[in-house]
Design a protein around this ligand. Sequence first.
Ligand code: BEZ
Length: 210
Amino acid sequence: MAIRLGDEAPDFTAETTEGKVEFHKWLGNSWGILFSHPKDFTPVCTTELGAVAKLKKEFDKRNVKVIAISVDGLDSHKKWVPDIEETQGVQLNYPIIADPDKKVAVLYDMIHPNASDNFTVRSVFIIGPDKKIKLTITYPASTGRNFDEILRVIDSLQLTAKFSVATPVNWKYGEDVIITPAVKDEDIPAKFPKGHRRIKPYLRYTEQPN
Ligand code: BEZ
């Protein structure tokens, strides 16, 4: 069954390039990103896994653990990693799950039969410290993802989890945010003492509050 926002992220145990992982235990109190790729030794996937390794510091800064998955086996992953490192100029610094029996892929509905019966599509799940699903994205095999966008979403998710705000179109960290409709006008000065702009009764901006 499809995984929806707010669902608990299914737990599993799996072999990875960094040893056995018990998913919930491995996540601990961190945020998590679980992302699938269709197949080892393929060009787009090679660039994606390299790009994620280069962003490791950014994920660490945000207390986010990253883990990749495909339905290839551990031997295949271990043979592919040196290629990623050689061609993308970076050391792989996060685990890749081996899922040859498709256990995790099925649990997370990462196989879309109208795309392929055999391969996972490019799924992304962002998981909160409460183990709930905060975001899902699905890309086709032919399109590499934009992991700067994933970081941008994490910034929004972490901010909006703490404050009564939402982030507007194309928002980036540091830009003004929107006060959620649940906040009454009269409560704004106490909640957002740096001030606010009231464009419409339902459209009220304030500085990023953290
Ligand atoms: C790729 O990663 O390049 C790829 C994988 C499966 C199908 C098409 C492209």
